[in-house]
Design a protein around this ligand. Structure first.
Ligand SMILES: NC(=O)C1=CN([C@@H]2O[C@H](COP(=O)(O)OP(=O)(O)OC[C@H]3O[C@@H](n4cnc5c(N)ncnc54)[C@H](OP(=O)(O)O)[C@@H]3O)[C@@H](O)[C@H]2O)[C@@H](O)CC1
Ligand SMILES: [K+]
Length: 514
């Protein structure tokens, strides 16, 4: 498990380490610069021209210090400054003085025109970036972008990427390697920042763990983000030898509509593949035969849409019985948008006292009939993609995209539920402010049916004993790992959602015994 911090949190950790613990700012900076210089040395030869392009804040100061270290080792290093050097931070002024005392020239960035650059050290902005990039800064960064250095090392975060949201603040510089300090920044875990960062290296520059704790305690609701890595797969419960199908929980999947049964099938298949003991599909009568043929392991229960509208009381009773049977419920894949879906959602929400994972048309019914949110309990996990989230909160997709973590946290907090907001880097917000940013998966998973598989995985994990929020976090991670396995076998272009489901077992195995 790795911790992710926002820019604000990182600044507070810096300040605590310097002011309360007493580690001098310049000591931290020298270590930071050493890591940056090392990353450059891995690719630069002594004949290659290295540019360090530095702003006048502490990110720039890191860049000046790294350039000085490389200069002392005999590398051809040019130092360029953007912004008014006289208004630099104390550290920038100190690092500039050291560089000059060692005979280095610090020139305005405009003088770079016409000179060569093989390796670029991007030290224009770090976590201090607070507004869109304009004017001289933009001109400088455009010049750097056009330069196409063979290799770019970003200091702490690619300049132009917002440390909290990963958004491009007008423009940003793409890096091959981002050398970051202490903890990974939220902005390089989320897209598009993640795509700009290249390989992210988290380097220890001497922040104590206690700074993380102290900052968390100082401010209420100051939660850190987290992300899983392969060793966390061991959090998935073992399968005891002395067991039967009842040991592993019963999943009920309310899904599918007339002649639309693919989503129901994929969700059920994934729940079984994840380890559920029994999976029952609750769907329309028209789907019975095909689902039975495709997945004979599943129990099929059916209803007709007429039954639902005309015999509401009886239908409610049937739903109650199904809910009593289930240990976990999936509600929504492929349900369609017929008027009866509203009643189905209402009856399930009012009679389920187990975790309910709501997806797709289940969420659309809620967006169309907001009174349904009054039935939300802490057992609810919603799994919207950007469009579904936008409909739920009445915002544009762009607005959700700009602040993915904020949207998920706000919705989860408002209703006391778990919100899985699906994107290239899916985020999960828990009811108590837990924030998870997923690191697994690939673009091959952006295909029809992938979300249905995710619902089945989360349900399967809940069925084998994981608490619902944990099942949501792990489900997202495992889903991505299955995508990696499947792409490895089949290739990114050809991967289908059913391949994802078929690779869940291998993804779980790669885990436990890695
Ligand atoms: N000892 C330490 O503290 C350590 C710090 N470390 C390093 O320091 C970095 C953080 O440094 P930083 O706080 O000085 O901010 P930085 O990112 O350099 O930005 C400079 C200033 O730019 C300004 N600004 C913002 N947006 C702007 C815009 N669009 N256009 C123009 N100006 C804009 C804004 O000032 P403002 O104008 O808002 O007052 C901001 O303060 C961190 O990423 C890491 O690399 C490490 O060495 C470890 C030890
Ligand atoms: K930078």
């Amino acid at each position: 498990m790795r911790t992710l911090v926002t820019a604000k949190q990182m600044k507070a950790i810096d300040a605590y380490t310097i002011n309360t613990i007493g580690v001098p700012s310049m000591v931290l900076m020298e270590r930071a610069a050493m890591w940056v210089a090392r990353a450059v040395e891995e690719t630069a030869g002594k004949a290659d021209v290295i540019w360090a392009v530095c702003g006048t804040g502490n990110n720039g100061a890191d860049g000046v210090a790294a350039a000085r270290m490389l200069h002392l080792k005999g590398y051809k290093t040019s130092l360029f400054v953007v912004g008014d050097p006289d208004r630099g931070t104390a550290e920038f002024l100190a690092q500039s003085a050291i560089a000059r005392n060692l005979g280095m020239q610090m020139r305005p960035w405009q003088e770079a025109a016409g000179e060569d650059c093989v390796v670029l050290i991007d030290a224009v902005f770090g976590v201090g970036l607070s507004r869109p990039i304009e004017g001289e800064y933009r001109q400088c960064m455009e010049m750097l972008e056009a330069r196409h250095a063979a290799h770019t090392v970003a200091v702490d975060i690619p300049s132009g990427i917002h440390g909290d949201t990963g958004q491009v603040m007008g423009m940003a510089l793409k890096a091959d390697v981002t050398v970051t300090f202490g903890w990974e920044k939220m902005g390089t875990a989320l897209y598009p920042g993640r795509a700009y960062a290249g390989t992210v290296r988290v380097c220890d520059i001497g922040f104590p763990e206690s700074a993380l704790d102290a900052v968390r305690d100082q401010e209420e609701g100051y939660g850190y983000g987290l992300t899983y890595e392969s060793s966390d797969l061991c959090l998935i419960p073992d399968r005891p030898a002395y067991s039967n199908k009842g040991t592993f929980g019963k999943v009920l999947i309310a899904a599918g509509s007339k002649n639309m049964c693919g989503a129901a099938y994929l969700s059920a298949l994934a729940a079984y593949r994840t380890g559920a003991g029994l999976v029952k599909l609750l769907t329309v009568e028209e789907n019975r035969q095909i689902l039975q043929e495709r997945l004979p392991e599943a129990i099929i229960a059916t209803y007709t849409s007429d039954q639902l509208i005309q015999g509401r009381e009886e239908f409610k009773k049937m739903i109650e019985e199904q809910m009593n049977w289930a240990d976990v419920v999936v509600l929504g894949p492929g349900l369609g948008s017929e008027p009866y879906v509203e009643y189905l959602v209402e009856d399930i929400l009012t009679s389920a006292f187990v975790p309910v994972i709501i997806d797709a048309d289940g969420l659309n019914a809620i967006a169309g009939h907001p009174y349904l949110t009054t039935y939300f309990t802490e057992n609810i996990i919603i799994t919207p993609h950007l469009g579904e989230m936008a409909r739920l909160i009445g915002e544009s997709i762009d607005a959700v995209k700009e602040n993915l973590t904020g949207a998920a946290l706000e919705y989860a907090g408002r209703y006391g539920i778990t919100c899985v907001l699906k994107d290239a880097a899916t985020v999960v917000a828990g009811k108590d402010g837990t924030l998870y940013v997923n690191s697994s998966g690939n673009s091959a998973m952006a295909k029809a049916g992938s979300g249905d598989v995710l619902t089945g995985i989360i349900a399967g994990l809940a069925a084998i004993g994981m608490e619902e929020e944990q099942a949501a976090l792990m489900g997202v991670y495992l889903h991505g790992r299955a995508g990696e396995q499947a792409a490895g076998k089949i290739g990114q272009h050809s991967l289908l959602a059913s391949d994802l489901a078929d690779c869940i077992g291998a993804a779980m195995k790669s885990v436990a015994h890695e």
